[in-house]
Design a protein around this ligand. Structure first.
Ligand code: C5P
Length: 404
């Protein structure tokens, strides 16, 4: 009895990765990765495409990992179960290395015509890829388009590196070294617990303040940054509530999604959540004003000037941050001038332990962003990068405030 329970707790800590290998000369280096991971007590399952088997044999990986290597979608097995579903359910993360241009194209379009592409489509765990290809294949707009789709699907792209290529050309497209890939995979497990058991509430997007039944006041916020932070918080193991104004985005797999329209609705939704919340991140571009009285009927056109009387909206973040016993509050300041001075002044005024400053013209609607984190320790610059990457760094920074 005692033996089986200790075995059980060991299994709970077990780290399991699925290595997907596609056709590229860098496949030989992935043997080193399989070896490193196996030596670090990671259980490694391997799936190879047919082209991968042209570069290196399944036997190599079977020997290094101690597990059978899968290559066929239609392989029969003793239990009669479905390999593509089972394999992806039995691991914590999938790493495809090298990821060829062809495989990246398939991933981007949801094509499932062999075991590896099918299990990537059927997965319910995070996916990382390490692209490797000739520099011109890398630079080709088709490849870059596909990569942009993968990024926005939350797939992590590790590399590629710059340097000499197998074909003799020099440029971007080399697979990053196996040690770096191993590091990316190990970091994944570390980050997975960063905010475990913490409840995080995030506001995102614009608000829409109705003027009449068909018109309203809003702004150009896309919601991308807030949704990326929600995604990163989910990855860090937090319990996440995303309160969002109107956006065109598909929400990440959060625990609770609340769609709101106006600032007042957003405040009500946030206040409902706050008593049990550890971290509140106000990313939404909340309208500062709404019309004093909304017209019940569509306002008619005339030849005269029309004056709308505006009344201030509540400041959601300040309301939460200045109440008694607030959660850890994080604000976003989008400025068009004097970025740091303005952001710091808002941080003090709203009593925020952490303020994220960004240039409005860089941030709004774009996929990339540069962020400056302001806290009691000073400034931390996160250089320009895709919003999801920035979001992961921000979540990591927030987690440092919760270290015992
Ligand atoms: O004061 P300013 O609007 O520049 O501050 C930006 C920060 O305050 C953002 O984090 C935003 O979500 C929050 N905010 C808010 N309610 C408002 C205005 C801003 O929560 N009415």
């Amino acid at each position: 009895m005692h033996e089986s329970s200790s075995h059980h707790s060991l299994r709970n800590e077990e780290k399991r990765v699925l290595l997907g290998i596609t056709g590229g000369i860098a496949a030989y280096k992935v043997a080193e990765l399989a070896h490193t991971l196996s030596q670090s007590a990671v259980t490694v399952q391997t799936v190879m495409t047919r082209s991968a088997c042209q570069f290196i044999t399944p036997l190599t990986f079977q020997s290094l990992t101690g597990n059978p290597v899968h290559t066929e979608l239609w392989e029969s097995n003793a239990s009669g179960s479905m390999t593509h579903i089972n394999l992806s359910r039995e691991v914590d993360v999938i790493m495809v290395a090298p990821a060829s241009a062809d495989f990246i194209a398939k991933l981007a379009h949801g094509i499932a015509d062999d075991l590896l592409s099918t299990l990537c489509l059927a997965r319910n765990c995070p996916l990382m890829i390490a692209p490797a290809m000739n520099r011109q294949m890398w630079e080709n707009p088709a490849t870059q388009r596909n990569l942009a789709m993968l990024r926005s699907d939350g797939i992590r792209i590790v590399g590629p590196a710059n340097g000499i290529q197998a074909c003799g050309e020099v440029g971007m497209g080399r697979m990053v070294e196996p040690t770096e890939l191993a590091e990316a995979i190990i970091t994944f497990w570390q980050n997975k617990h960063l905010l475990i058991n913490k409840k995080i509430v995030i506001t995102a997007g614009p608000t829409f303040e109705a003027i009449d039944p068909v018109r309203g006041l809003t702004n150009k916020s896309s919601g991308k940054m807030g949704y990326a932070i929600a995604q990163a918080a989910v990855e860090a193991g937090a319990n996440v509530t995303l309160v969002s104004g109107p956006t065109d985005l598909t929400p990440p797999a959060v625990d609770k999604f609340v769609a709101v329209i106006s600032a007042n609705e957003m405040l009500t939704a946030v206040q409902y959540e706050i008593p049990s919340t550890d971290v509140f991140i106000g990313v939404a571009a909340v309208a500062d004003y709404r019309v004093a009285t909304m017209s019940a009927q569509k306002i008619k056109k005339t030849n005269h000037n029309l004056t709308l009387e505006l009344t201030p909206n509540p400041d959601i973040l300040m309301t939460i941050a200045t109440a008694s016993d607030p959660p850890f509050c994080v604000g976003f300041a989008a400025e068009t001038e004097n970025l740091l001075e303005n952001a710091q002044a808002k941080r003090i005024k709203k009593r925020l332990p952490l303020m994220v400053a960004n240039w409005a013209q860089n941030a709004i609607g774009s996929d990339d962003n540069e962020l400056i984190l302001l806290d009691d320790q000073g400034e931390h610059i996160l250089p320009r990068a895709p919003k999801l990457e920035q979001a992961r760094h921000l979540i990591q920074h927030i987690s440092t405030f919760f270290k015992p």
